[in-house]
Design a protein around this ligand. Structure first.
Ligand code: V47
Ligand code: SF4
Length: 385
């Protein structure tokens, strides 16, 4: 969308405050807390969507990134009891528990030998017996086997517990993890930072300050990281903006965040199953407001296994410029919670087509957004992954 088109849309806006917000967006001025909340409360989806799409296109044009990765979930046993989590629910009922050894996880890595994956994403529950040392060994073993594989692993929830048990400071723990092969941090464990919500949905795990401190420490060591927000349950719009405000402030300081990933709360098999799920219109608004409020985050990602392919495709017109990877693995934390994709797997060709169908340009990226391949005119070979 060119700037004249968005100016026309802003001029036609009858609400003066929404008009002011629109003008701030196109002049790259920062939105205030109240303006963020106002967008959620008062903006129509087409209006906020048009602004977010303008912003997305002014930053990235039609480029839409994805990567080739796979997931390892070391365990679903967890000492914490987040109410939205289907892991902890099942574990509490002792219905299903798993715990992988280093050799079993290395076997998963070896399944990808010779395949063009660039990243392994490792996240799981917080097992009381799995130590910092165990995970340092795991990372060393992965790097010894495949040094070029980017290890994006562990949320601050897992790290805070490992460091506390090992009696090391955050700084020392992060230094050891980085030295053993940790390349970047995924965005999980953030949920909603505000204590009024956090104390209800996940009272016993790492606090907002601990989450932010661990990411800050990672950034100071030269690592990058992502950030998430779990939306669509008991939180109010103020809590979403408060969460994004804390991230925006840390990003101003460190510039270490790559990507923001809004995660839609799914309500199956957990202690919040009585709460209805967010509607499609509200999902799209969440992505659009994220793009506008987080003016210092380059990338906004839709995690398609959770949202489903069709919705993920739609988000590409509401601020999103990244659609995660060709995950060919079951990410159990989502399938258990009722995500759209029970066995999330997409070939590169399917993902590329999904992006092309809405006239965007598919680009395979590395974890740090280095361009690996532009797929605009790519001819796929038969049986290509
Ligand atoms: O923090 C748990 C979420 C997160 C549910 O950085 C749920 O590239 C919805 O953060 N409904 C972990 N969400 C996963 C995560 C992630 C995923 C993909 C990519 C990246 C990245 C990070 O999963 C948890 C929590 O917010 N989660 N249960 C649920 N019922
Ligand atoms: Fe444990 Fe993570 Fe589930 Fe919370 S969300 S109970 S920390 S696995």
């Amino acid at each position: 969308m060119n700037t004249r088109n968005i100016e026309v849309i802003i001029e036609a806006q009858k609400d003066a405050q929404l008009q002011t917000i629109g003008n701030k967006v196109i002049h790259n001025e920062r939105l205030s807390f109240n303006e963020g909340v106002y967008l959620f409360e008062k903006a129509s989806l087409p209006y906020v969507g048009a602004l977010a799409n303008w912003k997305r296109e002014s930053l990235h044009g039609n480029k839409t990134y994805f990567n080739k990765n796979f997931h390892i979930e070391p365990t679903n046993v967890c000492v914490f009891s987040c109410k939205f989590c289907s892991y902890s629910k099942l574990y509490a009922h002792k219905e299903e528990g798993w715990e992988l050894t280093i050799d079993q996880m290395l076997d998963i890595v070896k399944k990808y030998d010779g395949k063009p994956v660039t990243e392994v994403h490792i996240v799981g529950g917080v097992h009381p017996k799995l130590t910092l040392d165990f995970f340092l060994q795991l990372m060393r073993a992965i790097k010894a086997h495949r040094p070029d594989l980017h290890i994006k692993a562990f949320t601050p929830v897992e790290l805070e517990y490992m460091f506390r048990k090992a009696n090391v400071s955050t700084k020392e723990g992060m230094r050891l993890a980085h030295e053993a092969g940790l390349d970047s941090l995924p965005g999980g464990g953030a949920e909603i930072f505000h204590p009024d919500v956090r104390n209800i949905i996940c009272a016993d795990k790492a606090t907002a300050d601990q989450w932010l401190e661990i990411h800050q420490t990672a950034h100071e060591l030269g690592m990058h990281s992502n950030a998430t927000l779990l939306y669509g349950h008991i939180e109010k719009f103020e809590h979403r903006i408060d969460h994004m405000e804390r991230l925006r402030q840390l990003q101003d300081k460190t510039k270490g965040f790559n990507t923001f990933i809004p995660l839609k709360f799914r309500n199956e098999n957990n202690d919040m199953s009585h709460i209805g799920e967010s509607t499609l219109a509200n999902d799209l608004k969440m992505y659009a407001v994220s793009r506008l409020y987080l003016d210092n985050f380059a990338h906004v990602k839709a995690y398609w296994p959770m949202l489903g392919r069709d919705v993920a495709q739609l988000t590409l017109s509401y601020g999103v410029n990244d659609i995660d990877g060709t995950i060919d693995d079951t990410t159990k934390i989502y399938s258990m919670a009722g995500s759209e994709e029970q066995t999330p797997a997409m070939t590169t060709e399917q993902l590329v087509n999904l992006i092309k169908q809405v006239n965007r340009v598919p680009i395979e990226r590395g974890t740090l957004y280095n361009v690996i391949q532009d797929y605009s005119n790519y001819e796929f070979a038969e049986n290509e992954m």
